[in-house]
Design a binder for this molecule. Sequence first.
Ligand code: PLP
Length: 388
Amino acid sequence: MRESTRMSLVQTPVIPVVGRLIRDNPGTISLGQGVVHYPPPPQAMEEVARFAAEPDNHKYRLVDGIPALLDRIRRKLASDNRIELTAEHSVVVTAGGNMAFMNAVLAVTDPGDEVILLAPYYFNHEMAVAMAGCRATVVATDESYQPVPERIAAAITPHTRAVVTVSPNTPTGAVYAETTLRAINDLCRDRGIYHIHDEAYEYFTYDGARHVSPASFGGSAAHTIALFSLSKSFGFASWRIGYMVIPTHLYGAVCKIQDTILICPPVVSQHAAVGAMGAGRAYCAAWLEGIAGVRRLVIEALAEIGDVCTVPRADGAFYVLATVRGGPQPMALVERLVREHHVAVIPGSTFGVTDRCTVRIAYGALTRDTAAEGIGRLVRGIRQIVGG
Ligand SMILES: Cc1ncc(COP(=O)(O)O)c(C=O)c1O
């Protein structure tokens, strides 16, 4: 007996591997996992109490989400994303942004098709494409981790079904300019393929950078799939709620997938999400000031070792992807950082960067105190390991 070839071709997620390293080395500060340090808003818990009082809430609910949450999402898409929903758009609640991506890939591809990912990519996107029996065509971004539309255009073949963009980006923290996103969205329309855009970090921008939703562009409805998540914005990672805006012609396919895998998104979490979205963007904004302070600390500390470590501009999410000049294999560097310096980061190889030593530094889970200690250890560790 053996696992399928399809699954054996899927990379092993690195987060649990680094998690084990951290457990084996007590006292390690993690700059690894992409989570925020704050809890969901109190309004979410109030909705959970109301959920419990209604016996019917324990039954299955609609496959695409409870009406109260769909209503909140539609209003948020109009106010925060300037997406004017029409009959051409449908909205589906999912069990998180990852599930929304899997839904999208299964809905638009056949086995053997190609999906364009920009490198560095989010590893679960690459894994989902492989699980669907498709091939990820990896297109490099430029030295600032910005997409190059001409390179994307050159990578499109008759088998290409979609281009995936993530902004603000993991693992780089790059925020894509509106002109770039428009160029990619227009390219997808002109070439008859989908533009899948992941907006999990939509509220996390700094220093005047502006998040833009391609689904708000005129003429984008029929080929644009927008993915959202409550995990980061509302400290909601374990509640597993996200949602997607899809062209209405994909609604039936997405509902088939979701009905088979999930039946309906967890209803208690959907009620909590109604409360969280009631608190809205202002809730995240209140925490963002602290995270911006931690970000400044991280950037300043890394600048001190600028001779061995380069970090392109990163105005979004809560990551930077640092290139360590003269570094060993990235996983070897991560192991030494944990064992010898008690600080954890994620190797860039897991995001498809294979030509040099890079590590992703995540700072959303840190407060100012842990940040100063954690980044201090990282800077000293890198300096010691690569010399200079
Ligand atoms: C770009 C991106 N999309 C989606 C997710 C996962 O979101 P969710 O928890 O909603 O599945 C992450 C988590 O790190 C992410 O970085």
